[in-house]
Design a protein around this ligand. Structure first.
Ligand code: AMP
Length: 397
C-alpha cells in the first residue's frame, strides 16, 4: 500500500511517499517558505535531488505541486495520484483525546481544532493539510498520528504540575510530552534488539528540538517536554527548564508582553541564546574548538541537562537496560554522547569511546562489553511509523 505521509507546518510541508508493506521510501521532500516565495526540495532514492524555486502562495498549491512532481515525467515515481491509497498526517497535539493513531473523520478534525489553544503554531496547519488532502483526493482515507499519543501512558504523578488540581480538570493543564512517534520507534527498535519484554529504556531524542523519555515495558512513563515543547532540555532556540519566576522578572526588565516573552524563550534562547553564535550545534562546536568561551559553556550546559534527566529517569525506573541516542545531534555528535555518558560507570553505563567515534549509518551499539546498560545509536523514522499505522488502520477498515 502506497502511503503519502504529510507533515504540514505553518509555512512548510514535509512529505514522504512510502510503501507501507515493504517500508520502501519512494520519494521525499520539503516545501518551504509557503506564502513568502517558495522552494521545494525533492528527493528520489539516494542520488536524485531536485530543487525548485517558484512562487507557492498557499498550502493547497504546495500539495498540488508535490502531487504533480510525484507523477511528472522527469520526476515521476508513480503514474497517477490514484496509486496513493492512504494519507498519514503527523499531528503535534492530540491532547487527552488520542492515545493512538486514528482514521480521520469530522469528529477527529473537530478535536484537533479544539486543541489549537495548546498548539497554536502546529494544529491549525495540520487541519489545513487534512482538509486540502480530503479535497484533492476525496476517496482516499486519511489517518492522524499524534506526537503526544505515546506519552498518554504516563502516570498522573509524572504528568501533573504541582498547581491546584482544578487547573488540570478545568483547563487541561498537564504535561503532554512530544516527539512521541520518535520515542516509540526508537524504544521499540531497542526492545527488539534486547529481546526482553520487561525493559527499561531511556531515549534521548536530540535534534533542533530535544526531549528525553523513560520507557518501561514499551510504555512512556515520563518525558522532559511538558504542556508545550518548551520544557525540558536546552534546545536550538528554546530554553527548556527554567524557574517560572524568570518570566515576570524578564517581562519587567525588558518590557516584554506575554507574546514577546514566549517568543523570546522559544526562538531566541537555548543554544542560540547562550552561545550567541547559532542554533546549529555544529557551528557552536566549531566555535568552541576555536576557543570561544560562550560556545564551550553552551555545550557543557546542554550535556549537563541531558545527564540530569538521564540519571533521574534511571532512578525512576530502578535501573536502565538501554540508552538510545537519536535525531540530528544524537545520531551524529560523538562529542555530546561522550560528555553525556562520561562518569556514569558507577551506574553501569560504560561508553566505548572508540566505537562511539566511528561514523556509520544504521543502528550501532556503542557501549563497552562490560557495560550493564547497553548504549545504542538508533536513527529515528517517524514517517515509517505514520505509514505503518496508516496501513494498519486502513486495512482494518
Ligand atoms: P534535527 O532537528 O534532528 O534535524 O537535528 C538538527 C541538529 O542536529 C542541529 O542542531 C545540527 O547542528 C545537529 N547536528 C547534525 N549533525 C551534527 C554533528 N555532526 N555534530 C553536532 N551536531 C549535529
Amino acid at each position: 500500500m502506497l502511503v503519502f505521509v504529510l507533515n504540514a507546518g505553518s509555512s512548510s510541508l514535509k512529505y514522504q511517499l512510502i510503501n507501507a508493506e515493504t517500508s520502501e521510501l519512494k520519494a521525499s521532500g520539503l516545501v518551504e517558505r509557503i506564502g513568502i516565495d517558495g522552494i521545494l526540495k525533492h528527493e528520489v532514492g539516494e542520488n536524485k535531488k531536485l530543487t525548485f524555486e517558484l512562487p507557492i502562495p498557499t498550502h493547497k498549491e504546495a500539495i498540488e505541486l508535490v502531487l504533480r512532481i510525484l507523477t511528472n515525467d522527469e520526476t515521476k515515481v508513480i503514474d497517477s495520484i490514484k496509486e496513493i491509497q492512504a494519507i498519514g498526517h503527523r499531528v503535534v497535539h492530540g491532547g487527552e483525546y488520542f492515545k493512538k493513531s486514528v482514521l480521520i473523520d469530522d469528529d477527529v478534525v473537530k478535536k484537533i481544532e479544539n486543541l489549537i489553544p495548546l498548539a497554536p503554531l502546529h494544529n491549525p496547519a495540520h487541519v489545513l493539510g487534512i482538509k486540502i488532502c480530503q479535497e484533492l483526493m476525496p476517496n482516499v482515507p486519511n489517518v492522524a498520528t499524534f506526537d503526544t499519543a505515546f506519552h498518554q501512558t504516563m502516570p498522573e504523578e509524572n504528568f501533573l504540575y504541582a498547581v491546584p488540581y482544578g487547573d488540570y480538570t478545568e483547563h487541561h493543564l498537564r504535561k503532554y510530552g512530544f516527539h512521541g512517534t520518535s520515542h516509540y520507534y526508537v524504544s521499540n527498535e531497542a526492545v527488539k534488539i534486547l529481546n526482553k519484554k520487561d525493559s527499561k529504556i531511556i531515549v534521548c531524542h536530540l535534534g533542533n528540538g530535544s526531549s528525553v523519555c523513560a520507557v518501561r515495558d514499551g510504555k512512556s512513563i515520563s518525558t522532559s517536554m511538558g504542556l508545550t515543547p518548551l520544557e525540558g532540555l536546552i534546545m536550538g532556540t528554546r530554553c527548556g527548564d527554567i524557574d517560572a519566576g524568570v518570566i515576570p522578572y524578564l517581562m519587567e526588565k525588558k518590557g516584554l508582553d506575554t507574546h514577546q516573552i514566549i517568543n523570546y524563550l522559544n526562538k531566541k534562547s537555548g543554544i542560540l541564546g547562550v552561545s550567541g553564535i547559532s542554533s546549529d550545534l555544529r557551528e557552536v562546536i566549531k566555535a568552541s574548538n576555536d576557543g570561544d568561551k560562550r560556545s564551550k559553556i553552551t555545550i557543557e550546559m546542554l550535556c549537563s541537562r541531558i545527564k540530569k534527566y538521564l540519571c533521574s529517569y534511571a532512578g525512576l525506573m530502578h535501573g536502565v537496560d538501554a540508552i538510545c541516542f537519536t535525531a540530528g545531534i544524537g545520531e551524529n555528535s560523538d562529542l555530546i554522547r561522550e560528555k553525556v555518558c562520561n562518569g556514569l560507570d558507577f551506574m553501569g553505563i560504560e561508553l566505548d569511546t572508540e566505537k562511539n567515534s566511528i561514523r556509520k549509518s544504521g543502528i550501532r551499539e556503542i557501549s563497552k562489553k562490560t557495560s550493564k546498560t547497553k548504549i545504542y545509536i538508533i536513527p529515528t523514522n517517524e514517517e515509517l511509523v505514520i505509514a505503518k499505522d496508516t496501513f494498519d488502520l486502513v486495512k482494518k477498515k
